[in-house]
Design a protein. Structure first.
Length: 356
């Protein structure tokens, strides 16, 4: 039997399973999926879990079942590419013939002292749960500092302001305007929404230090009852420790067939892969589609495609609470109820029409 090992049950590896199962997996191939938890998590919705507007079971999707698929639940601590072995925290090992690394990302703290120790996170299901406990147990009029006004920070701030209007939410961002990756019109719309909902935006901020319940902006202390870090991501530690070529963000540079140069049986999917777009669930799924084609060709003893067409993204959608949103669809800016409805529809389609 040929052994395909998938590290991480995120969007990329779930799409690989969807394409191979139940009828497109050769009889001589067995798959092992390794993950910390026993279900797929909808990471794009962690902000709502942390804000307390959805419950835990809303963002869990069962893993598929198949006689040629087994699961190993545990923490990956190391990958030995030369010996084709994955090491787990419990000292067990898994050997592979083909490997897809989809271990996702972690918070990037940019060397800010105390940031990792004294802030909360929404980068994993466990961390989002801990953030939920902290934020929803705060007494009225507590101050919440959110560091970073990208998509995650904006969605968390808006959801929290609706969930807990009794809290004072402060959103810190380095730039002149929030959401700099979007057209200015969208940023203005979101900023106006925040103004109406009494979310305070701190522009041109520079977080120099974090202590327990204290955030230092340009070295000036600001007392907070809770601080959430949404100011950047980096690849998982296991990937950062791989001795392979990486880009400036620490993501693994790959061939056109998505494998690591020199290791044509090892693929990297999602947040850890160096790709021409910013990491997203959509991008991971598009990449996974191409990886499946390469695997199937190689299993058949055929040459994989020499190159693939660029992965096309349909757009990006963000929510402002439960009724409003913003986004770019086919490069067209959208604001108001329509993008929020679109986002809800995309989520519903993913959960109930993905074939799991």
């Amino acid at each position: 039997m040929r052994h395909l090992v998938l590290l991480g049950g995120g969007y990329g590896n779930m799409r690989i399973l969807l394409r191979l199962l139940p009828n497109h997996l050769p009889e001589n191939v067995h798959i092992t999926l390794v993950d910390r938890v026993s279900y797929h998590c909808l990471k794009t919705e962690y902000y709502a879990l942390a804000a307390g507007t959805i419950s835990d079971h809303h963002i869990r999707v069962p893993f598929p079942e198949h006689p040629q698929l087994t699961y190993c639940f545990g923490e990956v601590v190391k990958v030995d590419l030369d010996n084709q072995t994955v090491f787990l925290q419990d000292d067990s090992t898994i050997s592979y013939d083909d490997l897809v690394i989809g271990l996702g990302c972690e918070d990037k703290y940019h060397g800010v002292p105390g940031a990792e120790e004294f802030t909360y996170s929404i980068q994993s299901i466990d961390k989002a749960r801990a953030t939920y406990q902290k934020l929803n147990n705060l007494p009225p009029r507590s101050v919440v500092g959110i560091v970073g006004a990208g998509l995650s920070g904006v969605e968390l701030a808006s959801e929290l302001s609706e969930s807990r209007p009794d809290l004072h939410v402060m959103l810190f961002d380095r730039g002149e305007r929030i959401l700099p990756m979007f057209p200015e019109r969208l940023s203005d719309y979101v900023e106006k929404w925040f103004e109406e909902h009494k979310v305070e935006i701190i522009r041109r901020s520079n977080i120099t230090k974090v202590e327990e319940n204290v955030l230092y902006n340009h070295d000036e202390p600001i007392d907070c009852d809770a601080i959430v870090w949404t100011a950047g991501i980096q690849p998982n530690r296991v990937v950062r420790e791989l001795d392979v070529a990486k880009d400036a963000q620490g993501r693994v540079t790959l061939t056109k067939q998505h494998h690591i140069p020199g290791y044509e049986n090892v693929y990297v999917v999602g947040d850890c892969a160096s790709l021409p777009h910013a990491p997203s669930a959509q991008l991971a799924e598009g990449q996974a589609e191409q990886i499946v084609q390469v695997l199937q060709k190689r299993w058949n003893g055929e040459d994989p495609p020499s190159e693939f067409p660029p992965i096309k993204l349909k757009g990006i959608l963000g929510s402002l609470g439960k009724k409003h949103g913003f986004g770019l669809v086919a490069d067209r800016p959208l604001t108001g109820r329509v993008p929020r409805l679109l986002k809800s529809g995309v989520l519903w389609m993913y959960k109930y029409h993905n074939g799991y």
